[in-house]
Design a binder for this molecule. Structure first.
Ligand code: ATP
Ligand code: MN
Length: 457
């Protein structure tokens, strides 16, 4: 059907006075004997288009006034009665699809909880359509940032035999019948599709390193899968993962890219989604826009893990998890550091080697690794990164200390055998990033169909 976007009608001043056709869904309507007003949205903009129907010259199907009905309207674009926008003086309104009264998305305010039960319809609310426009703009900006900085976009496999040790529990990929019986685990997997145990990748990093050691700078942007058996507001079983990997980079350069990328994408969202950001500011997080402008303008803090522990020990707060050098930082600790102390993003650096992965570069102190997590207010960790261990002997020792099966990492070890070089990278949880820029507090509300423990609607 030939028509133009409502966003175009609202923004393009040259259309004033011309006749156009728009298509959309009715959000609200006011109907009187002489005139009817339909507010239409087609998803292209936050603002809706008001369609004015003069009932003395046009007979309007009452179904066209129902919330949720889809219609096509043809008419002349005129200056809006209020404000400096545009509206449409209808010459014809055609019903495309009726919407009965049990439509669950009504004007009255509902809860996010209720909307989670109707993931196929919730995008039609102001809030969710705004979240997904911002999500798209942020994703495009990430690609643009990397492209402009000569990072090559790599597609790493989703089905894998390695489990990127330490990153989380893996989902199994199998074609075995549910009642397959075998004498041993080995015999069982031998009969399986790949002839060995396989699963969904928790991270593309190890393959990303392969590409970085040939192309210099690369990134991946795709789904990762983790069988996280925890019901939190920031964990999904299937999430979108941005993982750059940079050859010849040490930890400070990895952090520089992370900070630069975040600022670039935040700036893009502020510039490209002003109406959405105004909405989030008003209805989701008071102070959101100032928070984000601040991000763009100031430097992120850097805090050594050892100093973080001191800071937490001195804190005037009762933590649920006790703090000792060597412990992993819990969400409550991360939030204290970034929300109470710094009130901005903080890179925590140089974690104890025991709580981090085998591939991280061992520092000269023999106790810590050149790893960093980026913590942000409201969420905690959104990035985990490190310089990678480039020394073959040290890497081997770290793997042996963890009792890893060296045979299955032969290719990874080859990267250190043939022309090894310093390199590093990080993983950004894209869904967590979308939470951060929209102010949404539950990760289930920034993905189309969230997959979490016991939930695959
Ligand atoms: P956390 O400690 O929060 O569980 P992690 O340390 O296991 O995260 P990493 O392995 O460092 O996570 O992964 C890099 C990034 O990917 C994290 O900083 C986070 O933003 C994101 N991420 C990790 N697991 C999940 C998940 N289950 N759902 C959504 N995002 C995730
Ligand atoms: Mn991490």
């Amino acid at each position: 059907m030939k028509h133009i976007d409502i966003a175009t009608v609202l923004q393009d001043k040259t259309l004033l006075g011309s006749k156009v056709t728009v298509c959309g869904w009715v959000r609200t309507s006011r109907d009187s004997a002489a005139v009817a007003f339909l507010e239409l949205t087609d998803g292209t903009s936050f603002s809706r288009l008001q369609v004015v129907v003069d009932k003395s010259s046009l007979s309007l199907d009452p179904e066209c006034t129902k919330c949720g009905a889809s219609v096509a309207a043809t008419g002349v674009v005129v200056k809006a009665f209020k404000g400096d926008g545009a509206e449409l003086n209808a010459e014809s309104v055609t019903l495309l699809g009726r919407c009965p009264n049990d439509y669950p998305i009504q004007k009255k305010r509902t809860t996010l909880e209720f909307l989670r039960g109707i993931p196929h319809l919730r995008l039609r609310t102001n809030m969710f359509s705004a979240v997904f426009r911002v999500r798209s703009v942020a994703a495009q900006a990430i690609h643009r940032y990397f492209h402009e900085n000569r990072f090559y976009y790599i597609h790493t496999p989703l089905i894998t035999a390695s489990d990127c040790e330490g990153a989380g529990e893996m989902f199994r990929v199998t074609t075995q019948p549910w009642n397959a019986a075998y004498d041993s685990e080995e015999a069982y997997y031998k009969e399986d599709f790949f002839g060995q145990k396989a699963g969904l990748s928790v991270s593309g990093q190890l393959e990303g390193e392969v590409a970085a050691m040939a192309l210099g700078r690369i990134y991946t942007f795709g789904p990762s899968f983790r069988a996280e058996n925890s019901n939190t507001t920031r964990h999904l079983a299937e999430f979108w993962h941005v993982e750059p990997e940079i050859a010849f980079a040490e930890l400070p350069e990895v952090m520089e890219v992370a900070e630069d990328m975040i600022k670039y994408v935040v700036r893009a969202v502020l510039e490209e989604c002003p109406a959405e950001m105004d909405f989030f500011e008003r209805f989701v997080e008071n102070g959101l826009k100032a928070k984000l402008s601040n991000i763009v303008e100031s430097s992120f803090a850097v805090l050594d893990y050892t100093d973080a522990i001191e800071l937490l020990k001195k804190a005037d707060v009762k933590f649920q998890f006790p703090v000792e050098w060597g412990c992993d930082l819990q969400t409550e600790h991360e939030k204290y550091i970034t929300e109470q102390v710094y009130r901005k993003p903080v890179f925590v650096v140089n974690y104890p080697k025991e709580i981090k992965s085998f591939y991280m570069k061992q520092n000269a102190d023999g106790k810590t690794v050149a790893a960093t997590d980026l913590l942000v207010p409201g969420i905690g960790e959104i990035i985990g990164g490190s310089e990678r261990e480039a020394d073959p002997d040290k890497l081997l020792a770290a793997m042996q200390a963890r009792g890893m099966d060296l045979a299955s990492y032969e290719q990874y070890l080859d990267l250190r055998k043939f022309g090894t070089a310093p390199h590093g990278g990080f993983g950004l949880g894209f869904d967590r990033f979308v939470m951060y820029v929209t102010g949404m507090e539950n990760i289930r509300d920034v993905v189309l169909f969230p997959r979490t423990v016991k939930n695959i609607m």
